[in-house]
Design a protein around this ligand. Structure first.
Ligand SMILES: O=C(O)CCC(=O)C(=O)O
Ligand SMILES: [Fe+2]
Length: 369
């Protein structure tokens, strides 16, 4: 990592204050509606009927203004594609020798790309200073958008999180992990296509023109990760009264617009409900879990909820997941969406550039140099 300075401490403090405020009954982001994680089958949204798409958009609106999470089915991505990337994750984490992983370490990257060992980050920055915070057990590999993976071909204008005209991705060699780039590209391309489709439905769900976001996602940001959570040696049931000794990924909300999450069969995702208890997200076969992230919450003036969650592997099975954090073009400035500003809810946030917001959040998670 290039710079670890006062800026990083400030970022950590800001992130900590942000999470603390979210954890203590923050009326701006908590909803009066009952807490559920509904299933939304979007198969009919691929039809040519605008009414069909609006009907799905209404379900999305309901989920995003209540729990901020939903299970997505009817998405069109094959089980074969989904299983292939989970199997690739296992191959990468289990077979690539440590020294080859070290060469891809995220500390070499300005953009958090590459291999992330368990002890390099706390997703909840406050855990760096908390004496009793257990080391997270996750291990990750991060990459982002490349025009070559864009099913729309890209417009050649991709800019990194800080606005630089570069691409920060790093890859293991084909010899070390055969088929790695090909499998990643295939998955990324399909999930990006799905994300653009979903964001059009989000536009409808926010009473905007269906194409409102189109010009902001011509070279969109979208960090994705392979994640590995080792099997627990001593699995404990979820008990809200007990502090967990093993945490896969600490309490956090995501940073970008929304997340498309693929998980292997071991459960483990837990969501903080409005009454401040952790609720295990039930598995729905063949689904992706979608959740609103902070940038979209901000952009919607708090109308859409980005909800705190964590991962605890409470099983003796290994767990793999592949989150994809969809963003708009990182060089895009945004201000509060007009449909989310009312006399009762005036705009609470100044304009911000998408990449800048996300980079700041990422910096707060990493270990000092
Ligand atoms: O592994 C999971 O199921 C969730 C991962 C997650 O929440 C994240 O990476 O932000
Ligand atoms: Fe997350």
């Amino acid at each position: 990592m290039a710079t670890k300075t006062a800026t990083q401490n400030e970022a950590r403090q800001a992130a900590q204050a942000y999470l603390d405020s979210r954890l203590t009954n923050d009326s701006a982001t908590k909803s009066e509606k009952p807490f559920t994680v509904p299933e939304i089958n979007i198969a009919s949204s691929f039809s040519s009927s605008l009414d069909d798409r609006k009907a799905i958009a209404a379900q999305i609106h309901e989920a995003c203004t209540s729990s901020g999470f939903f299970h997505l089915t009817g998405h069109g991505i094959s089980e074969d594609t989904r299983q292939k990337i989970l199997a690739l994750a296992s191959r990468f984490f289990k077979t690539l020798p440590r020294e080859k992983k070290e060469a891809l370490h995220v500390r070499h990257s300005n953009y958090f790309r590459g291999w992330e060992p368990a002890d390099y980050t706390y997703v909840n920055p406050g855990d760096w200073s908390a004496e009793d915070a257990p080391q997270e057990t996750k291990e990750g590999f991060n990459w982002g958008y490349e025009a070559g993976m864009d099913p729309a071909g890209g417009d050649g204008q991709y800019r990194e999180l800080d606005g630089a005209d570069v691409n920060g991705n790093v890859w293991p060699s084909e010899e070390d992990v055969p088929g790695f780039y090909e499998t990643i590209s295939e998955y990324y391309s399909q999930v990006l296509h799905l994300a653009r489709h979903l964001f059009r439905l989000f536009a409808l769900s926010l009473d905007l023109e269906e194409t409102y976001f189109d010009e902001m996602m011509t070279h969109p940001g979208g960090i994705a990760r392979l994640l590995f959570y080792p099997a627990s040696g001593d699995p404990q049931p979820l008990d809200p009264k007990l502090q967990d000794k093993e945490i896969g990924l600490g309490a956090h909300s995501d940073y970008e617009c929304f997340t498309i999450l693929l998980c292997s069969s071991a459960s483990g995702l837990e969501i903080l409900s409005p009454d401040d208890t952790w609720v295990a997200a039930p598995a729905v076969e063949g689904s992706f879990i979608i959740n609103v992230a902070d940038f979209l919450m901000r952009w919607t003036n708090g109308v859409y909820k980005s909800t705190i969650h964590r991962v605890v592997n409470r099983t003796r099975n290994e767990r793999y997941s592949v989150p994809f954090f969809f963003s708009i073009n990182y060089d895009q400035m945004v201000q509060t969406l007009p449909s989310c500003v009312t006399p009762d809810n005036p705009s609470r946030y100044p304009p911000v550039r998408a990449g800048e917001y996300i980079l700041e959040r990422l910096r707060a998670t990493a270990k000092d140099a």
